[in-house]
Design a protein around this ligand. Structure first.
Ligand SMILES: C[S@@+](CC[C@H](N)C(=O)[O-])C[C@H]1O[C@@H](n2cnc3c(N)ncnc32)[C@H](O)[C@@H]1O
Length: 267
């Protein structure tokens, strides 16, 4: 008999999600439904929610082609092709016009020389757009093993001090340290799964600063009260932190937080 795990792993769409996440979702969903068929359906729909548009095999295939086209190219061609990769995903596409400003603001506030990008998606394809990128230690973490493999191929090609690894931060929080953690549009997903997950994760990070962003408009560009909801969430969950930066961009708002002295526990 095929196990639920094997069935998910064999699927083109969900097989690219890391084992930790698949097992976490199977564990949570098992026993809630009347039949295996309904359980499998619920598991797939949850995995789709968690991984967002990344489960889109077509976009990943196209990204792979674009990375191949980068081979042998100079910085200008690589930057142009990276921008094309970024446009394949709605989340990074929306940020195209202000990524430079956002990362500049974060660097001004933190002086980072290294980052851990949690739930990175395609964001590291912006690397060439960060001044002095060759000296930045960049670690991307995501549940999508296919996106991670593409990122590592890209990093190797541009000879960056960067790597990506697959992992589920709800199962294994990062143990690496860095000047700043990036949590771009990822906290709502983690919270949706487990209330308080964002604060627990941030409290355990070995980073003096954490940059957190939220969407403030729906994908269709409508204002549906997200800004207020996430501002209240931040006030409630991160009261033990100083906000060293807050700024609104076109359709995203960004915070940089630093733990208050009384909130810093020895690690
Ligand atoms: C909304 S997307 C944001 C992607 C990217 N940070 C950006 O702003 O463009 C959320 C990302 O988090 C990843 N993700 C979701 N749950 C995760 C988890 N538990 N651990 C690590 N990554 C996760 C998804 O695969 C997806 O790439």
């Amino acid at each position: 008999m095929t196990s639920l795990f094997d069935e998910i792993k064999a699927s083109k769409e969900y097989g690219v999600i890391c084992d930790e996440t698949i097992n976490r979702v199977i564990y949570t969903m098992t026993g809630r439904y009347k039949s295996d068929k309904l359980t499998l359906k619920a598991i797939k729909s949850t995995l789709r929610e968690i991984s967002g548009a990344f489960a889109d095999a077509k976009a990943l295939k196209r990204a792979e082609q674009l990375i191949e086209e980068m081979r042998g190219g100079g910085d200008e061609r690589i930057a142009r092709l990276s921008a094309e990769v970024l446009r394949l995903h709605s989340s990074s596409r929306e940020r195209e016009t202000f990524f430079g400003e956002l990362i500049h603001d974060i660097r001004e506030a933190t002086g980072f020389k290294s980052v851990i990008d949690i739930g990175c998606g395609f964001t590291p394809f912006h690397l060439l757009m960060i001044p002095g990128w060759r000296d930045i230690d960049y670690l991307g973490i995501d549940i999508n093993t296919a996106a991670v493999a593409l990122l590592n191929r890209f990093f190797e090609l541009i000879k960056a001090k960067a790597r990506a690894r697959a992992g589920d931060v709800l199962v294994s929080p990062p143990e690496e340290s860095a000047g700043c953690a990036l949590l771009f549009k990822t906290l709502p997903l983690l919270e949706h799964w487990e209330k308080g997950a964002g604060r627990r994760l941030v409290n355990g990070l070995r980073c003096p600063f954490v940059a957190i962003t939220f969407p403030i408009k729906s994908l269709g560009g409508r204002d549906v009260g997200m800004k207020r909801t996430y501002q209240e969430y931040m006030e409630r969950e991160f009261a033990g932190f100083n906000t060293v930066m807050y700024k609104e961009y076109r359709n995203e708002m960004g915070y940089v937080l630093e733990p208050r002295a009384e909130n810093t526990e020895p690690r």
